[in-house]
Write a protein that binds this ligand. Sequence first.
Ligand code: BEZ
Ligand code: FE
Length: 290
Amino acid sequence: MRNVTQDNITDVFLGYFGKETDPRMREVMESLARHLHEFAKEVKLTHAEWQTGIAFLERMTEFTDAERHEFVLLSDVLGLSSLVDMINSNPQGTSSSVLGPFHITGAPDIPLGHDMKRHYEGEVLLACGRITDTEGEPIEGAKIDIWQTAPNGLYSSQDPDQDTYSFHGIQTTGADGKYGFTTVKPVSYTVPTDGPVGDILTATGRHPWRPSHLHYIVTAPGYRQLVTEIFPDDDPYLDQDTVFGVREDLVMKYVEQAAETFPDGYELSGNIAEQYLMADFDLKLVEEGG
Ligand code: BEZ
Ligand code: FE
């Protein structure tokens, strides 16, 4: 087509597709091109703005490697990651939430009652619950991959003072579906702001904070993998998570418990002042294909 205009460029673009193009590829590319072209026309994108955009993407690649996933972070702060989570979630199970860039593979297996807190300062939190199906029946042999920040708000991969797997571990449920471990009460923290995504937050007057949370990935044979996080109801950033990860059913309550009620079977000992916090939270998995 030699007579390309503002009005026909989207159709011309779509007309260039080969006949054998995969139908899903066609559907996604068609919609992407339509929205992209409309966007440029709607805001009357200038050359200078287009150049700024290209320079931004080039800078994004400079900040991206196997450990630093700046594109994932961009998707997170734009709300795209959370939208994809919500589009693909099944309301019968626990909601999913952003994976974030700090999950690491190869975390050690930890027994029920394991202490992740060790020598770290902070309030003791006992996190526990059951992994069940959508009917509330316990799932045996489910694996829960757990991670969180240290009290300084840093994940182990961000902090040379932490062991590789500090505040990371994987538990496997028994017949009662229970998981449980002690840790420090998580803190609110900021997403990395030293790269181009930080510049976007600054340019739009946004803060970089996330409410405190525990991350879980739950897997069990025959069930859909659940990637999620749970948040205490008293966190000041609960209603303004910069990556939009909070869902109503992921909000939990810390219940204060007297030290003498601390249950048997937990590794932590002699480390509780007068009380500890408990977060009792069940996680519901949806069957595969559901
Ligand atoms: C996190 O919770 O680890 C996280 C999620 C999205 C962006 C940055 C961090
Ligand atoms: Fe996190």
